[in-house]
Design a protein around this ligand. Sequence first.
Ligand SMILES: [Zn+2]
Length: 236
Amino acid sequence: MKLFAVFALFFGLAAAFVANALEVAVDVGHDLRKPGAVSARGRNEYDFNRELAGVLAPLLREHGLAVREINFDGRIANLIARPRAAEASNFFLSIHHDSISESWLLPWLWEGVEQTHTEVKRGFGLFVSSHNPDLASTLRCASTMGAVLRRAGFTPTPWHGRKHVAADAENGVWYYDNLVVLKNARQPAVLFEAGVIKHKEEELELRDPERQARMADALATGLAACLSVTEISVPE
Ligand SMILES: [Zn+2]
């Protein structure tokens, strides 16, 4: 084969690969006006979500996936608008950080301001809805992400077992059927809770850029591995 032909073949394949790259919709949970939970030190959940999503998006692209950024500007307040913005994507991943119900919160002072924190809950969680139109792929990818996170040294919280039916408790996957963004998704969909921002030590870990990069890398590796062996069609 002439050199030119080899190049043509190579670039042709590369173009075909890019054209066929599966697209992941990465949704930043909450918005600027309703920024979600408040951390032990008074920081809004939206800021945590935006930061981690910003680390995750380029890592997914490095794994050969296309990324549709949803609510990276914090202006999508409407929950149904998120899956709608992701209609052409092959996978929907919503990024959140967790809190705990009020009855478990303890008061403390941080920089002279009264805040609340918890000592009983920490760790990540992955939520799925049994109403998803492709539940098998949803479950497979959630379990794969959870397994890779665990292998990277992250621990799922068992706390969700109090309220949620386990899908794969060992890997931190739980059913949460009526979450608006999950039950309206037209493709496999997972809501990721990176950790508990009301936990004083975990909050600091969640703000650590090196740890954010490791966590995002585990998520991206798990999702890319799952998508590479999963038959996922572009929604009609
Ligand atoms: Zn949230």
